[in-house]
Design a protein around this ligand. Structure first.
Ligand code: FAD
Length: 453
């Protein structure tokens, strides 16, 4: 069953005669565990229409670069193959997504799309809903509890969202049944990009090429599935106790795949719950991150239109205390370039920055330390916010995600409470290198990332 709360009509256009049902796939880039795709198939089977899937490849996605686009294209090629196996042709065109969707809406009886929470993702859907001649229906598939069902407002913290999410889990933690396609769209031969040679497609796009692709993560649902298996076999059981150790392999490494929609959080959550390997504490700790923390970030960007601006994202109490300490002397002040090139006095921070630059993914505990130090070493908290977001979104494969905006704001007090007052930070939580050394053996991490490559 596709829970009705996942489904929102985005316009009031009447159903019409058409050649196909369009599935405009933008956020949920996968052919299974995809509520929007299943909804489109079910709508198509009644009138015996084929489903055409469409993805708009825009070279202008804010802050995306070669690293992100290669990962995206690796995934799309596999998704195209998986969709074809189900009888659904995927049309990929280099075009602004809403414009491309509108072209294919002309012959559609109905269009279905998935849901994204960032400003640009909402704007695409609003524009398409306004201009389409057919109904456009949004089906939310990249969260466990649909954002408005979890809460009608921006939540203060995990503590306020958690009980609301928990009461709805029994409604939403259910597997998604796949419906066979009754009439395939493979013979329609609609013009679109060939995805067989990702490098050739990349060459045709006018992109920021200053951030190289990484071999550490290969895009696609297949790779996401392998990583989930590895995590269930060897990781989950240690998650509660080892996930915070910098460089630890007790984490899932699924965030890039979640970001691109290559894997569904529902599939992950059900697999973790059913796993015989993980102990209850580990499962609880993991589901807290995957569901409560991740969906708190979705709640934040959905309800807070200023999620990417210091003034709007950082809560008033935190801005007040940070501004009270804005003139505190700073022992070190680094600019964007020094930070980007890992040229600070702090070997742990430099190692974290190198981990992100080289692998496309920094370990979670180090992300917190990394952000807190940027606050400590910036001329102002607003500068720190901008620097963190710029570096995070540029180098992390999972950047430009609700989690990134929430994580950066967290470093400045968002979703947190006031702590004891201290220099520069005021009442915002502080972290230091002594804490890292006391809690962890940092030797192995420094061995991997401590020196320039
Ligand atoms: P696991 O520990 O295996 O967790 C599984 C999933 O749960 C993650 O993939 C993620 O979706 C979710 N999750 C885990 N930790 C958190 C958390 N603290 N907050 C919200 N969700 C969480 N995450 C991103 O996806 N993109 C970002 O750009 C991003 N930037 C961040 C910046 C800063 C400054 C901070 C402090 C955190 C940031 N995070 C970001 C959150 C977190 O660090 C990553 O989600 C996590 O490290 C991903 O690794 P994993 O998949 O191995 O996580």
């Amino acid at each position: 069953m596709i829970h009705p709360e996942r489904i929102t009509p985005l316009n009031r256009k009447s159903p019409r005669r058409g050649r196909w049902i369009l599935y405009w796939m933008q956020a949920s880039q996968r052919a299974s565990w995809n509520h929007a795709l299943e909804f489109a198939i079910r709508e198509a089977n009644g009138p015996a229409l084929p489903v055409v899937a469409f993805f708009g490849l825009t070279p202008d996605f804010p802050e995306a670069n070669l690293r992100h686009y290669r990962f995206l294209l690796e995934g799309l090629r596999e998704v195209r193959n998986n969709l074809e196996k189900r009888g659904v042709a995927l049309v990929v065109r280099i075009v602004s997504p809403e414009k491309g969707a509108l072209e294919l809406c002309r012959d559609a009886a109905l269009a279905v799309t998935d849901r994204g929470y960032l400003r640009i993702q909402k704007a695409w859907r609003e524009a398409a809903a306004r201009d389409a001649l057919c109904p456009l229906i949004q089906v939310e598939s990249d969260v466990i509890v649909p954002v408005e069902s979890a809460s009608p407002k921006e939540e203060f913290s995990a503590a306020t969202l958690r009980p609301k999410i928990r009461t709805r889990l029994t409604d939403f933690l259910h597997p998604l049944e796949e419906t066979p396609v009754e009439r395939d769209s493979l013979g329609l031969r609609l013009p679109g990009l060939s995805l067989d040679d990702a490098e050739a497609v990349l060459r045709t796009l006018s992109l920021d090429r200053s951030v190289p692709p990484v071999d550490s993560f290969r895009g696609g649902p297949g790779e996401a599935g392998k990583r989930l298996e590895r995590f269930l076999d060897d990781g989950l059981d240690r998650y509660a106790t080892e996930r915070n150790i910098p460089g630890s392999d007790a984490v899932s490494d699924l965030s890039p795949y979640l970001h691109f929609g290559h894997i569904s959080p529902l599939e992950i959550a059900l697999a973790v719950r059913a796993s015989r390997r993980g102990n209850p504490a580990a499962k609880d700790a993991f589901l807290e991150e995957l569901i409560v923390r991740r969906e708190l970030a979705v709640n934040f960007v959905h309800y807070n239109p200023s999620y990417d601006a210091y003034e709007g994202a950082v809560p008033a109490w935190a801005r007040r205390t940070l501004e009270d300490h804005a003139r505190d002397p700073r022992e070190y002040v680094y600019g964007l370039q020094d930070l980007e090139e890992a040229r600070t006095h702090d070997p742990f921070w430099n190692a974290a920055q190198r981990e992100m630059v080289r692998t496309g993914k920094m370990h979670n505990y180090m992300r917190m330390y990394w952000g807190k130090k940027i606050l400590e070493w910036s001329a102002s908290p607003a500068d720190a916010f901008r620097t963190m977001l710029a570096l995070n979104n540029r180098w992390e494969l999972d950047g430009r995600d609700p989690n990134g905006f929430a994580g950066v704001a967290w470093c400045l007090g968002k979703h947190d409470r006031p702590w004891g007052e201290r220099t520069i930070f005021g009442n915002v939580r502080y972290m230091n290198a002594a804490g890292l050394k006391r809690k962890f053996d940092m030797g192995a991490y420094l061995e991997r990332f401590g020196t320039e490559a």
